[in-house]
Design a protein around this ligand. Structure first.
Ligand SMILES: Nc1ncnc2c1ncn2[C@@H]1O[C@H](COP(=O)(O)OP(=O)(O)OP(=O)(O)O)[C@@H](O)[C@H]1O
Ligand SMILES: [Mg+2]
Length: 482
């Protein structure tokens, strides 16, 4: 193999037929002396050879006439080899100089004397990242075990995205399982009820995280005491979830503050005060109908009960709290999420609970617009490390992509989806557009600090946990294909 040309960060490498059998995502190194260019393959193309058209036409004519070429000196095989040469298109990832990594180096090796060879993913990771502080076995890359660094999730923003049914939730389960195993604290907004089985082995036996998984079912075993909610969160819920008019909100705030001041805050007392108080009838009706809808779910109950504190406090070995949102009506779901996020923020700012990983799938369905910014700025500062999962990359605000530290990219075919991902700043859009459509089931391109900022293609491994939440089908398929 020889370097043919370079344009910005893209190298074209001339390869003879045997050398060109390389896959997208594999790494090659161009070595000269004590320096090496580390390149990632994104495509293979035909080489543009002078006289190719004539050669092809001659071949066609000979084939038609069923003639063979007289070749007494055996030069034909060399000609064939030249004609069949390919161009490997590869992206520059880094330059290694005496075991030192230089991401911004301008050095390029000699086209004639440099040696080009494939290098295993583990070697690339060893150069760019060293040994991970807290390794997580995530899967295999071209037949080799790959570990990612769990510490790189800490105080970072991670996005897991891909087409429907490509393995996103599975990947999140592997991450959660491994984080919980290492004593981390995790909170999952489980919209399909599929994370509830993480604490059980495949055959129903216990597994490594059994004692740490807690399933919180809102309105059943997970309820909020009215005295812990606070006026601000109540106002947010009434305004954003129930679209309460401003004048009704003002009356509500007045009544709430009065009852709170007298220590008389309860569901019944609040409703009766709203019924009794002096106010415009339309304002009262607007407020009452919303409060009835809010309290009828029985998520908010009397007392100072604080489920978030109780779930995380006094668990020195870590906890994986799964909030099962699957059986809730959309507005109750949003009430639960607003409550949980506000309590987590409050407790973290008072150092009452430890920093935690927050996993949310299709968050745009239940996270209010106001919360996106809050999650990635204020909450992150306080110790929330969000992991967002979505199959609609354009549903995530641009701000999130710009702030994201890690991306787990699964298969995507649609160009609009791929375009949305180009806002992610840690990888060029050409790599995304070439690699994402070629990924199979359970295969991901991992980019970001968890892999030392070089994109790595991984087949995510399996875990010993009960798989729940698989879509129900009438026709059963033996094997699911992407
Ligand atoms: N790495 C893997 N190894 C083995 N099975 C996998 C792997 N990844 C996914 N699967 C299986 O493929 C199916 C779909 O995976 P999963 O539910 O994770 O997809 P998804 O991307 O979350 O889909 P959706 O968009 O519908 O939520 C599941 O049955 C899962 O068990
Ligand atoms: Mg899923």
């Amino acid at each position: 193999m020889k370097i043919l040309r370079k344009s910005n960060g893209t190298f074209e490498i001339l390869a003879l037929p045997g050398d060109a059998e390389i896959e997208r995502g594999e790494y090659i190194a161009a070595v000269e002396g004590d320096r090496a260019l580390i390149l990632e393959v994104i495509d293979v193309e035909y080489a543009d050879i002078p006289g190719l058209l004539e050669d092809l036409l001659r071949e066609l004519t000979l084939q038609k006439a069923s003639m063979s070429v007289y070749d007494p000196h055996g030069v034909n095989s060399i000609t064939i080899s030249i004609r069949e040469s390919k161009i490997i298109v590869a992206k520059l990832r880094t330059v290694i100089w005496k075991d030192d990594v230089k991401f911004n180096s301008l050095w390029i090796p000699s086209r004639f004397s440099s040696k080009i060879r494939r290098i295993p993913t583990s070697e690339v990771l060893r150069y760019v990242r060293g040994a991970p502080l807290v390794p997580i076995e995530i899967g295999e890359s071209f037949g080799e075990e790959v570990t990612i660094d769990a510490t790189a999730f800490d105080n970072s923003l991670t996005i897991i995205t891909g087409r429907k049914g490509t393995g996103k939730s599975h990947c999140a389960k592997v991450l959660l399982y491994e984080l919980a195993k290492r004593g981390c604290y995790c909170l999952v907004f489980d919209i399909n009820g599929e994370y509830c089985g993480l604490g059980e082995g495949r055959r129903g036996e216990s597994n490594e995280v059994s004692g740490r998984v807690v399933v919180a079912r809102p309105c059943i075993n997970f309820r909020a005491g009215i005295k812990t909610i606070g006026l601000e969160v109540m106002m947010d819920i009434l305004e954003h979830v129930f679209a309460t008019p401003q004048n009704s909100l003002r009356e509500f705030a007045r009544i709430w503050e009065e009852l709170e001041g007298r220590g008389l805050l309860s569901v019944d007392r609040l409703l009766s005060e709203v019924r009794r108080a002096h106010m415009n009838e339309a304002v009262r009706d607007a407020l009452l109908s919303r409060l009835h809808a809010l309290f009828s779910s029985e998520f908010i109950v009397d007392g100072a009960h604080d489920p978030i504190y109780e779930l995380f406090h006094g668990r020195p070995d870590g906890a994986l709290v799964v909030i099962d949102l699957s059986k809730l009506r959309p507005h109750v779901r949003r009430v639960v999420v607003e409550y949980v996020l506000s309590r987590v923020t409050r407790h973290l700012s008072e150092n009452l609970i430890p920093p935690l990983f927050l996993v949310s799938e299709e968050a745009h369905l239940y996270v209010g617009e106001t919360y996106w910014e809050d999650i990635v700025t204020r909450m992150r500062h306080l110790g929330v490390s969000p992991i967002f999962i979505t199959n609609q990359p354009d549903s995530i605000p641009e701000l999130i992509y710009r702030q994201a530290d890690n991306l787990f990219l699964f298969n995507f075919l649609n160009e609009n989806d791929l375009e949305a991902l180009s806002k992610f700043s840690h990888v060029d859009s050409e790599t995304v557009k070439k690699i994402a459509p070629a990924l199979g089931l359970g295969e991901a391109l991992i980019v970001g600090s968890v892999v030392g900022n070089v994109p790595i293609l991984v087949k995510i491994r399996d875990i010993d946990a009960k798989v729940l939440g698989a879509s129900k089908r009438f026709f059963r398929r033996a094997e699911q294909k992407v």
